[in-house]
Design a protein around this ligand. Structure first.
Ligand code: ARG
Length: 465
């Protein structure tokens, strides 16, 4: 049997393999709410502009409500023969209200229909992700406030560099996620134009009111070019790019959690809720959730890559290739949502081992820069020279196998005679972090102030942007 919706010119039905490759209903049924919302707005506009009678409009609206209720309750039977969500909904509408259903597609095409549905889905998802990111940032800012003065090693090249604090480290991620949120907000602003009414590609001869449908569907305005409206998916690409960056940020934190929970680091402990045991090694606690956050970054970035490549060779306007836009986008954004939720759970859950962190913070001559800075400040030594002097003192301590603060004054003076007792005041890790008061620096007072600023911002009722 040929397709009942567009089969006028077709004599036989699709080969089984054609149905297999063509049907998108298995995944695009996810768009059902957006599809019904879009159709209702379209029908209301058709009535308002006199293109559709009030009676037909009312029947369509009522019928669509019933379809929605059936899908919601699970009573709806999706059919692969009907290809996609648009035709599944319309076909059922016809069963419910009869002929009038056929008038719904006046001045519309599946090309602008799928463009508006998909755009609304991405927009709704962005709103959800934004809220989740806010929650994760809140969890981090709370940890940061509680641990503004918890000293830990700061690394470069994963080598002990300078002492920092756990709070400062948490707030580094808050800054990253805040930029991520602003990227999402920016993408949302740009995508918030309504493609409905572009019809197949060139607009329509019916006197439609695109401002009306745009407004009804929560868009700022209709899109200005009908070809562009059905041909582009940059709104999804942009959000996927943002998603990829978020995934990378969270993957780095996940990697740190993996490192920190090792016996060798022992910086933090994750509760049983986010760890799992080994079936053979009874001593093990694996940070599975963190590993999965790190692992999922690969497929989220893959989603961006997949859609980029799908789009890159397509002549304007719509091509069926574009049906391949949905699965990578759904997969990437839904996994991102999972990743953010898991990370928020882990951040709330993790307990720093403050004693171990502090001990590690002093290891590896992490206060050597403080010594060099002290020489510059008190001896008026050029920094380059202070660097050499400090390196020699570190060499001495290292040869003895002790920390800088364990050298005697005489030993220090053997490298530079002018060094006095006061040097010991800068060699401890607490003093080191307290001294870094420059704007954005690691001093606990700074960190506490920043954490409070974030907490206030994140707890404030959300302003409309
Ligand atoms: N399922 C299709 C998609 O997702 C809907 C648009 C179909 N348009 C068409 N001209 N065949 O892209």
């Amino acid at each position: 049997m040929s397709n009942t919706m567009w089969g006028g010119r077709f004599e036989s039905g699709p080969a089984a393999i054609m149905e297999e490759i063509n049907a998108s209903i298995d995944f695009d049924k996810r768009l059902w709410r957006q599809d019904i919302r879009g159709s209702k707005a379209h029908a209301e506009m058709l009535v308002a502009t006199g293109i559709l009678t009030k009676a037909d409009g009312a029947a369509i609206s009522r019928g669509l409500d019933q379809v929605a209720a059936e899908i919601e309750s699970g009573a709806f039977t999706f059919s692969r023969a009907l290809e996609d969500i648009h035709m599944n909904v319309e076909s059922r509408l016809k069963e419910i209200i009869g002929e009038a259903a056929g008038r719904l597609h006046t001045a519309r095409s599946r090309n602008d229909q799928v463009a508006v549905d998909f755009r609304m889905w991405v927009r709704d998802t962005v709103d959800g992700l934004d809220g989740q990111l806010g929650d994760l940032m809140l969890a981090m800012a709370e940890k940061a406030e509680a641990h503004a003065g918890t000293v830990m090693p700061g690394f470069t090249h994963l080598q002990s560099a300078q002492p920092t604090t756990f709070g400062h480290h948490m707030l580094a991620y808050v800054e990253m996620l805040s930029r991520d949120r602003s990227r999402l907000a920016d993408a949302r602003r740009r995508m918030n134009e309504c493609p409905l009414g572009a019809a197949a590609l060139c607009g329509t001869s019916f006197p439609i009111d695109r401002e009306m449908t745009a407004k009804a569907l929560g868009f700022d305005r209709p899109t200005a070019n009908s070809l562009d409206s059905v041909a582009d998916r940059d709104f999804a690409l942009e959000v996927l790019a943002d998603a990829a960056i978020i995934a990378v940020h969270l993957s780095r934190l996940a990697e740190e959690i993996v490192l920190w929970t090792t016996v060798q680091f022992g910086f933090v402990r994750l509760s049983d809720a986010f760890s799992s045991g080994s079936s053979i090694m009874p001593q093990k606690r694996n940070p599975d959730a963190a590993e999965l956050v790190r692992g999922k970054a690969g497929r989220i970035i893959g989603g961006l890559n997949a859609l980029m490549i799908t789009m890159k060779g397509l002549p304007l306007t719509y091509s069926k290739d574009m049906q391949e836009d949905k699965e990578p986008t759904f997969d990437a954004l839904m996994n991102l949502s999972l990743v953010i939720a898991a990370m928020a759970g882990m951040v709330r859950d993790l307990t720093p081992d403050t004693r171990r962190m502090k001990a590690a913070a002093g290891a590896g001559y992490a206060t050597a820069t403080d010594l060099a800075d002290w020489l510059v400040r008190t001896q008026k030594m050029p920094f380059r020279e202070a660097h050499h002097v400090t390196a020699r003192i570190v060499g001495l301590a290292s040869a003895k196998g002790v920390g800088l603060e364990k050298l005697s004054l005489a030993e220090m003076q053997s490298v530079h005679p002018a060094i006095g007792e006061a040097v010991f005041g800068v060699l401890g890790v607490d003093k080191s972090v307290r001294s870094r008061t420059s704007f954005g620096g690691t001093a606990p007072a700074n960190v506490r102030r920043q954490a409070k600023k974030w907490l206030k911002k994140l707890c404030a009722p959300k302003k409309q942007q």
